[in-house]
Design a protein around this ligand. Structure first.
Ligand code: NAI
Length: 281
């Protein structure tokens, strides 16, 4: 299958890697050329590490690298069977992209979004044919995390749900069919994990480090602040802000001032070398 990934950032490159490992042809596109180079370098490094660990052979690595293309030209997506969008978490920007894609891709091509929080029905509204649109929500790092939420919009066709579910299972993922509610399942539950942790720190009841240490001692693999740094503090704030609006500004979903300050300062987490923690060293 020819899989097109729009957005070569944290998620796009992981979804691309996962698709290559399942022997799909992959084309990654991004408006920012250097992001494509970084994504290719990341994928090359991960595949090399898989060879060194004996998970794939050198021949498989070569075949996978040969199945990968990158481009800034959306017209090269004309033959895609499935598009997975992983660009910035903004409805207006995603709408622009999908309107362009609908004009370029074949009518049978399925259009999907990896959005964390934007309504799938709202995203599909910009299309002449919303029945081919579906949510396909991977988790970070996308080539490692097993769960994928498949999200049906109001007008998504049943065969589209079946097709992307089979696709995700073919990547070795566990799928769950989620309703198109704000934050779907996981991100809604997770809002308290992030927001309450930030309230505790703002009240001075505990430090960032203490809070993370407590949650890890309880069995979580990462504390809330470490996880926000991995996700991208900016991306995490966008998701909370989007969900807060969709819940008609319910106080329990109010974004944190602490997080807003961190984002204003450009401390976006691991990807910028500093978030709640420094990563320079
Ligand atoms: P990111 O900021 O790491 O990467 C986004 C990429 O999209 C950048 O390379 C940027 O140049 C590109 N881009 C932005 N606007 C574009 C446009 N109009 N056309 C083409 N490329 C464009 O973001 P990340 O973290 O990969 O998130 C992407 C999507 O995945 C968002 O919708 C986010 O909510 C979702 N998501 C993020 C997760 C995370 O842990 N970071 C987890 C699950 C979903």
């Amino acid at each position: 299958m020819m899989v097109a990934i729009c957005g070569a950032g944290t998620m796009g490159r992981g979804i691309a890697l996962s698709s290559l490992l399942a022997n799909h042809s992959v084309i990654i596109t991004d408006q920012h050329g250097p992001a494509l180079d970084q994504a290719s370098a990341y994928i090359g490094k991960q595949l090399q590490s898989s060879v060194e660990k004996g998970r794939i052979t050198a021949e498989q690595q070569a075949a996978m690298l040969g199945s990968l293309r990158t481009t800034t030209d959306l017209h090269e997506l004309a033959d895609a069977d499935l598009v997975i969008e992983a660009i910035v978490e903004r409805l207006d920007v995603k709408h622009e992209l999908f309107k362009t894609l609908e004009a370029i891709c074949r009518p049978t091509c399925i259009l999907s979004s990896n959005t964390s929080s934007i309504s799938i029905s709202a995203l599909a509204r910009c299309l002449a044919d919303p029945s081919r649109f579906v949510g396909l929500h991977f988790f970070n790092p996308a080539h490692i995390m097993k769960l994928v939420e498949v999200v049906s919009g109001m007008l998504t066709a049943p065969h589209v749900i079946d097709m992307v579910t089979e696709f995700a299972k073919g990547l070795g993922k566990t799928t769950v069919l989620a309703k198109d509610a704000p934050g779907f399942i996981v991100n809604r539950v997770a809002r308290n994990f992030y927001n309450e942790a930030q309230r505790i720190v703002m009240e001075g009841a505990a430090t960032v480090e203490q809070t993370d240490r407590c949650m890890k001692a309880l069995g979580f693999k990462m504390g809330p602040f470490e996880l926000m740094d991995l996700i991208g503090v900016d991306v995490n704030l966008d998701v909370t802000t989007s969900m807060w609006g969709q819940f008609f500004y319910e106080p329990r979903f109010t974004p944190s001032l602490l997080q807003q300050q961190i984002v204003h300062g450009g401390l976006h987490g691991r990807k910028t070398g500093r978030g709640f923690y420094p990563y320079e060293s």
